[in-house]
Design a binder for this molecule. Structure first.
Ligand code: ADP
Ligand code: MG
Length: 355
């Protein structure tokens, strides 16, 4: 009697086990199709629209954690949040300030690119950014004398970094990490996505796009490059992307017009004016968003000739330049993954420029 019951019970357990395995296989099958769980979120963070999508078992928690992470980074590195490391540094010049290790990492990378680009990228651009106020209601062309003063308060040699502290060594110098911090945040999102073994994900921090893996159906992500002509919301080209980042800096993102002239938010640290070099936008395509963000700003400042040379000398980093004439210059190796969608634009391969 007792034995039979035991047998029935164990049969039940076996049956349940088989069912469970069957269910697991079913969900596993779903992994190649539409049934794979996915999570999406849009939020306004770091002064821009952040969009994220992930597919996989832990998609939801990965997206949630990523958004939280971006918020944390913003709290440390915003210029305007009074408790941030950058605010503390900017408002206590000539004082060594202890700051978070993450802020050190971003400042170090910013200084690295400042040196590498001979100051075309400069994280001490804060005084000039404040003076121009582009993107705020007070944006206006400053007096030349004000520009001179702000220029004198710009220079990465006025920023000292130590293991866990930093110091602005000249009064009036201000740090602005707007040209690099979104790239850092994108790489931190990548770490979270990888921690949860998610194979397909996408994050866009206001034009700073990073894709992880390919799409669920095995095809590359199609990343649109925005038409840089003002007021046109359409996509002028598409990049096929697998495990890539595409970071665009353009004159159409933040700007104002005065006397028929456009003034945008990417400033030339040598002149104190918005970089004026016939470019509408520069997109950097590579594997690392942190570097690509600094580069997109720097290469925009350099302009086509110098910028193309710079990129052609780098390994695994590509660039797409769009000029005011709507000519599209691609660095070598990029043609294979870029498709122009709008016949107003003409592709010109970049090798000639670089040589
Ligand atoms: P976006 O932030 O619009 O995506 P960028 O990555 O090109 O575009 O960054 C532009 C921002 O970087 C500006 O809003 C400003 O905060 C800062 N910035 C402007 N000019 C420079 C420069 N020459 N070097 C470093 N940072 C800059
Ligand atoms: Mg940038």
């Amino acid at each position: 009697m007792f034995n039979t019951k035991k047998i029935i019970l164990s049969r039940k357990i076996i049956l349940m086990g088989i069912l469970l395995v069957f269910l697991l296989i079913l969900t596993a099958c779903g992994n190649n199709g539409e049934e794979m769980p996915q999570a999406k979120e849009n939020a306004f963070l770091m002064d821009t629209l952040v969009q994220m999508r992930a597919h996989g078992e832990n998609a939801e928690i990965a997206v949630e954690e990523s958004m939280e992470r971006i918020r944390e980074i913003e709290k440390l590195m915003s210029k305007t949040i009074e408790t941030s490391d950058i605010y503390k540094l900017n408002n206590n010049s000539k004082t060594e300030i202890e700051i978070d290790n993450e802020s050190i990492i971003v400042l170090e990378k910013a200084l690295k690119y400042a040196k590498l680009t001979d100051g075309d990228f400069d994280p001490t651009i804060g005084a000039l950014v404040e003076l121009w106020g582009i993107g705020t209601e007070d944006a206006a062309v400053p007096e030349q004398a004000e520009i001179e003063t702000a220029l004198a308060n710009t220079g990465y040699n006025h920023l000292d970094l130590a293991d866990n502290s930093a110091e602005i060594t000249k009064e009036g110098v201000k740090i602005d990490l707007g040209g690099i911090v979104k790239g850092y945040a994108a790489e931190e999102v990548k770490k979270i996505v990888q921690k949860y073994n998610i194979e397909h994900a996408f994050v866009n921090l206001g034009g700073n796009v990073l894709v992880i893996g390919d799409k669920v159906d095995g095809s590359p992500w199609k990343i649109g490059i925005q038409d840089p002509r003002q007021g046109r919301g359409n996509v002028m080209a598409v990049v096929d992307a697998v495990d890539l980042t595409i970071v665009t800096s353009g004159n159409y993102e933040r700007y104002f017009e005065e006397n028929g002239k456009l003034y945008h938010h990417i400033l030339d640290p040598k002149t104190g004016y918005p970089a004026d070099n016939n470019l509408l936008s520069v997109s950097i395509i590579s594997e690392n968003s942190f570097d690509a963000d600094a580069l997109s700003t720097a290469i925009y400042v350099m302009g086509l000739e110098k910028g193309m040379k710079f990129i052609e000398n780098m390994e695994n980093v590509y660039a797409m330049f769009i000029t005011e004439e709507l000519d599209v210059y691609l660095s070598s190796g990029l043609k294979e993954i870029v498709t122009i969608k709008d016949s107003d634009f003409n592709i010109i391969e970049g090798e000639e420029i670089a040589n």
